[in-house]
Design a protein around this ligand. Structure first.
Ligand code: NAG
Ligand code: NAG
Length: 340
């Protein structure tokens, strides 16, 4: 029922790996040359793992890595207003009100059924323009938790109770769209794009502005599974009463749709056509799939060490978020299920 938390935990690990690989690139640059910082655009669905990634990016040395924009995919885990405000508040806490924030996928359909071209991502691309009420893979596949979507939308209430609030606020018709922000930031010069949600926003951008591809230096994708061992599954040899042998093998993480999509990973499943566009864009892509994320579990030792190291507000916010995920876990196997 609440298996989606496993996905989120696995994704948290993915984000750490993803960022380690970005960091590695930075170190490879020639330090004798006065290098400009690597400009970064993050496209995110603002789930818990994603704002961990955002904070990680904001902690990097700005002379080397400059986060310029956050664009939001509102089709999966969060709704537009909540997602934008969560990002605004985090940026305010980190003293970064200069980072542009664009929203995709909200309010993009007029009453007469017209889908506005610059919004993007209300539906997976292949279904846009064909229907306004089609099978929405995003929301239908994402299980609703005990508090509906409130836990995700408001980060269990932690957002308002903990994060300071600045002047920036979501405003439905005035909020810059993801496409506007992508055009502005990519036009301005070489940039690295990190995608940690479904690919709808970025694919729409690439398809509608192919001449701007030359400015994109590299794409990092948290998504997919190549030969991933399901960290929460088990094989018949080890089968116990709590074991689900059908989860054996190189499985994906779409727990809600295992029967029809056993190998799918959520971010690719959300919009496969968009992922195809991104991966076949001709721009260098580094994929950080489930295979990688499953190798860095959240162990009890990690959790306990983290609990002892909370000297900053951002560490406190991350720890509170991780702790409430653990404390509301659907069984008592939080560590073991994330350790396999
Ligand atoms: C940040 O990076 C710049 C450029 O590489 C370097 O000169 C500076 O010492 C770094 N600052 C910190 C605090 O590491
Ligand atoms: C699962 O089964 C394999 C093969 O039978 C065995 O090597 C492994 O130790 C078992 N793992 C656990 C956790 O029991």
């Amino acid at each position: 029922m609440l298996l989606w938390r496993e996905i989120r935990a696995a994704n948290t690990a993915a984000v750490v790996l993803l960022l380690l690989s970005v960091g590695g690139l930075g170190q490879g640059r020639d330090s004798s040359v006065e290098a400009k910082p690597r400009r970064i655009l993050l496209d995110t669905d603002v789930d818990t793992d994603d704002f961990f990634a955002l904070l990680y990016l904001l902690k990097l040395n700005r002379s080397e890595f400059e986060l310029e924009a956050v664009t939001i995919n509102t089709n999966a885990w969060t709704t537009a207003g909540h997602a934008v405000n969560q990002i605004y508040d985090i940026l305010f806490m980190m003293g970064r009100d200069d980072v542009a924030v664009g929203v995709g996928g909200d309010g993009g359909i007029m009453e007469d059924g017209t889908i506005l071209p610059n919004v993007g991502g209300y539906l997976p691309i292949i279904e846009q323009g064909m229907t306004t009420a089609g099978y929405c893979r995003y929301r239908q596949a994402i299980p609703v938790g005990l508090g509906g979507r409130l836990d995700i939308d408001s980060n269990y209430g932690l957002r308002k109770s903990f994060l300071p609030q600045g002047k920036r606020r979501y405003s439905p018709l005035r909020q810059p769209t993801t496409q506007q922000v992508m055009i502005e930031k990519v036009s301005a010069g070489p940039i690295t794009v990190i995608v940690t949600g479904a690919h709808t926003n970025f694919a729409i951008f690439l398809m509608s502005h192919p001449h701007l591809k030359k400015n994109i230096e590299h794409i990092y994708v948290m998504g997919g599974g190549v030969r991933s061992k399901n960290p929460t599954g088990c094989c018949p040899a080890n089968a116990s009463s709590s074991c689900k042998p059908q989860q054996c093998g190189d499985r994906g993480n779409v727990h809600t749709d295992y029967t029809s999509n056993p190998y799918a990973e959520f971010n690719i499943f959300g919009d496969p056509f968009a992922a195809y566009q991104v991966i076949h864009s001709g721009i260098p892509v580094t994929l950080v799939p489930l295979d990688a994320t499953n190798t860095i579990p959240i162990t009890k030792q990690f959790f306990d060490t983290f609990e002892q190291s909370q000297s900053t507000y951002e560490a406190q916010y991350c720890f509170k978020s991780l702790k409430i995920t653990r404390d509301t876990w659907f069984d008592d196997q939080f560590y073991t299920e994330n350790a396999r």
